[in-house]
Design a protein around this ligand. Sequence first.
Ligand SMILES: Cc1cc2nc3c(=O)[nH]c(=O)nc-3n(C[C@H](O)[C@H](O)[C@H](O)COP(=O)(O)OP(=O)(O)OC[C@H]3O[C@@H](n4cnc5c(N)ncnc54)[C@H](O)[C@@H]3O)c2cc1C
Length: 323
Amino acid sequence: MDRVDVIIVGAGMAGLTAAVRLEDRGVSTIVLDKGRVPGGRMATRRIGEASFDHGAQHFSARSAEFREQTAEWIEQGLVRAWFSSKSRTVVGGPIEPRHAGRAGMRRIPEHLATGLRVETSVTVERIENVVGGVTALSSDGRVWHATGMVLTPPAPQTLQLLGHSGVQMNDAIEKALATIDYDACLAVMALLSGDAGLPDGHIAPSAGSIAWMADNQHKGVSSVPAVTIHSAPGFAQEHLDADPAVWVAKLAAAARQHLDGSIVEAIGHRWRYSQPRATLDTGAVAVGQHYPLILAGELFAGARVEGAFRSGLAAAEVMEDLL
Ligand SMILES: Cc1cc2nc3c(=O)[nH]c(=O)nc-3n(C[C@H](O)[C@H](O)[C@H](O)COP(=O)(O)OP(=O)(O)OC[C@H]3O[C@@H](n4cnc5c(N)ncnc54)[C@H](O)[C@@H]3O)c2cc1C
């Protein structure tokens, strides 16, 4: 059995940020993720010569700590400003730069993961209170032991894990988590025969089945014409459990009117928990009764890359106080 100070479930922006901060302070961590690679919803995929960001598309930096982190990534050549626009959620907000990973959004969590202990393809199925700490048990029978734990999956997955594990939580927190709904998003990665021709590399139609389209070649992520299409939440809700061939064809057909090049191949990806419709904005929350157990993730600091980062920092701080 392996032992560290803190087990972190989820190698997305929140979990990796928490791990980096804790390790900086001399707290040993292991990050476990069910995905094949780290990154969570900051995802980039190659199809032949083409590369696609098919989860988070870009990010803004509004807080001082995330501005500082973003400046460091720019300095390191990891991130660049892609375009500038007003926020669609902050009314009357300023025009601000939208940043993206130079070689894809996933490169950012991959960079954070360098030097950390991260184990992928590990689904944590149960956690157990043991003398002096907590164990994580994976679906393939592996076990990790630690003094404390941070959970960063989307709320429904965290609640499922806690439910399987018989963890009792404060009623108010459990109720708050259980009432948060998530929008789904259906993503299509489309290879084109020629340039996409999207003005400024992207469009966000205000009606219809498509919410967003981005030209990965304009963004600098793909060397060949390659467009990411994100469905509107209503379309995703309606088609979430349908055969992907159905919704890929519908979204590709709807995209054609916006594109110069023709779609020659299209592949779908389903994001069941794309973004929460509301957030709790507490940073991170300690729920453990017998050992330090902290819930974190974008849900606790704003449904964006920046929120996940800030929640990761908050989780590390709360954990340090409790260890
Ligand atoms: C389609 C889409 C578009 C988006 N666009 C933007 C955007 O343009 N700008 C922006 O700022 N944000 C955007 N977001 C939101 C942004 O991606 C998220 O807010 C952020 O990445 C969340 O990070 P996180 O670490 O909180 O969660 P995640 O990245 O989801 O990480 C949680 C991790 O937990 C793992 N996990 C879950 N359950 C288990 C388990 N039982 N065992 C082991 N591992 C487990 C998952 O595999 C996952 O890797 C978008 C998201 C999506 C899906």
